[in-house]
Design a protein around this ligand. Structure first.
Ligand code: HPA
Length: 260
């Protein structure tokens, strides 16, 4: 199975998906993955927070999730991230294609290469999200009546609290466009395993301090989320014949020791 989708807050199913939920055992713990087909196309998906949304951002086992997808043979991963809007260009209900990130998370297991037996590697983040997947998403978006802002810098915070207005002013000055709690280390781990990974952020609120009070529009986005899901499935189904450097992103300094 080559393709997978990782859903964030607010999306828990693919209409028309035929499959079963399976526990995949990994060296980092178990991961719950839905494995099946969409119109005959083999596909896996997982809900980052769990299908019942009980896992907070800082407790998600990102390594188990990405490793489980690798064990299944997945090479292309698309993700959704619910975010708050910092830029006025991607307002609530708007979509942004992630092109870069600022990482303010802490205390998370953020690498497969932790030295010793796990090996040592440096991962090139020059092109952060797969350019071929990104282009395909933008090309297909009009077919699903979706407007996606083509460039967005994702600010990753640790959560589970929201940001303060001063923090959001700082992130704005640093060039952040949207803010969320789950994008990191997911993309980094996927790149460490040489996967092609891209993510679409959908905004459910203005970030703290930008409006009188924070209000959330996630519940009004059912139709957009459904079309976004179909866009992602069809992006993965499409022929991706251009090349990119994702498989070579890892510069291995010391190979992991495989213990069988
Ligand atoms: N901040 C952080 N994470 C979020 C937000 C936000 O405003 N909205 C949705 N996820």
């Amino acid at each position: 199975m080559d393709a997978a989708i990782i859903f964030g807050t607010g999306i828990y199913l693919i209409k028309g998906f035929n499959g079963v939920e399976k526990t995949i055992e990994t060296p980092y713990g178990p991961a719950l993955v839905n494995i099946g087909t969409y119109e005959g196309f083999e596909l896996a998906f997982l809900a980052r927070h769990g299908l019942d949304h009980t896992t907070p951002p800082h407790k998600i086992n990102y390594r188990a999730n990405i490793k489980a997808l690798q064990i299944l043979g997945v090479k292309h991963v698309l993700a959704t991230n619910a975010v708050g809007s910092i830029t006025r260009v991607i307002p609530p209900m708007g979509l942004g294609l992630l092109t870069d990130f600022l990482d303010f998370t802490s205390g998370r297991e953020f690498t497969f290469f932790d030295g010793g037996n796990s090996g040592l590697a440096h991962t090139n983040m020059d092109v952060t999200y797969c350019p071929v997947l990104r282009k395909k998403i933008l090309d297909l978006a009009p077919e699903f009546d979706l407007k996606i802002h083509p460039e967005a810098v994702y600010v990753a915070t640790n959560g589970p609290r929201f940001e303060t207005p001063a923090e959001i002013r700082m992130y704005a000055q640093l060039g952040g466009d949207v803010v969320g709690m789950t994008g990191i280390p997911e993309v980094v781990l996927a790149r460490e395993l040489g996967m092609h990974y891209a993510a679409v952020a959908y905004s459910i609120n203005w970030a703290a301090g930008l409006e009188q009070e924070m209000s959330f529009v996630g519940d009004q986005m059912a139709d957009i989320k459904q079309r976004l899901t179909m866009l992602l499935v069809n992006t993965l189904k499409a022929q991706l014949d251009e090349t990119c450097g994702c498989e070579q992103a890892v510069m291995m300094m010391h190979e992991p020791v495989r213990i069988s």
